[in-house]
Ligand binder design. Structure first.
Ligand SMILES: C[S@@+](CC[C@H](N)C(=O)[O-])C[C@H]1O[C@@H](n2cnc3c(N)ncnc32)[C@H](O)[C@@H]1O
Length: 258
């Protein structure tokens, strides 16, 4: 069963890829190869209780388990959460928990030391005004001396080509190399919506699986403004993977009155 996930996609057709078992499998392969937790290490403490919002297949949450006290991973997609939980059991990690829920509406009684929006989760939110409300919710879930860590909140303009390569992954089951491509990229200037098709091409068989999807394309100056309305300021930034990825560390400040 494929569900429509992510407000941005919902407004522009429907993002079904996060609940499509084929995509979930490819996504796990892509994220397992990435090592952004190493860049986050200086901004995490052993005592931290971390909330990974929109945790997807859980690679990032699980890769943090030795660096912090605990991680709670939250995602709307039950397929993503099932993959994350299966991975957690496989690896044998005890201080990471995954729950299914909607980050835009669910109540959160606990307070955290660090919130993570990994790999463009903010872009799932429908529009700037909803993003501000959401960031303000996250502000309320964090204690006073806390951080918000984001990866790929701002996309590389290199993605805006006709057919761009996003590298290759290795399928551990078949041993085949798979190229990852973004095809037919388009940003609508009025809505700021980025429409693309992610294609996975098996180098051995030539088989291609395509997944259309839509996300909000956030520019850096817009992000700074949204964060300031949400009670955060950027403290540190790093660009990695040949400029394709960006890490942003934010500090919590007083929540402005709107
Ligand atoms: C691009 S993936 C990022 C996954 C993960 N953070 C990572 O670093 O790989 C975006 C994720 O946001 C989730 N998502 C979208 N809308 C959501 C919502 N309203 N509440 C919770 N999760 C949501 C999707 O299901 C998807 O797993």
């Amino acid at each position: 069963m494929t569900e429509c996930i992510g407000d941005a996609g919902r407004q522009n057709g429907c993002n079904t890829l996060y609940s499509d078992a084929r995509f979930v499998r490819y996504y796990e392969m892509v994220r397992a190869a990435e090592r952004e937790h190493e860049l986050m290490a200086p901004y995490l403490r052993k005592t931290d209780q971390v909330l990974d919002i929109g945790c997807g297949t859980g690679e990032l949450a699980l890769s943090l388990h030795r660096m912090v006290r605990s991680v709670l991973g939250l995602d709307l997609s039950s397929a993503m959460i099932a993959a994350a939980e299966a991975r957690r059991i496989r690896i044998g990690v005890g201080n990471v928990t995954f729950v299914q829920g909607d980050m835009l509406t669910m109540a959160q009684n606990e307070t955290f030391d660090c919130a993570i929006l990994g790999n463009a989760v903010l872009s799932e939110v429908a529009d700037s005004s909803s993003m501000v409300s959401f960031i303000r919710r996250v502000h309320g879930w964090l204690g006073s001396d806390s951080r918000l860590i984001m990866t790929n909140a701002v996309f590389s303009p290199a993605l805006l080509c006709d057919s761009c390569s996003a590298g290759t992954i290795l399928d551990p089951e078949t041993g085949h190399r798979i190229s990852v491509l973004y095809e037919g990229n388009k940003v609508d200037v009025d809505s700021g919506m980025w429409s693309t098709t992610i294609a996975f091409k098996d180098a051995r068989t030539g088989q291609i699986d395509r997944f259309p999807f839509h996300l909000n394309f956030i520019y850096r100056k817009e992000l700074v403004f949204l964060l300031s309305l949400g009670g955060f300021c950027i403290e540190h930034e790093a660009v990695y993977q040949q400029g394709a990825m960006r890490l942003i560390i934010c500090r919590k400040k007083e929540l402005p009155n709107l």
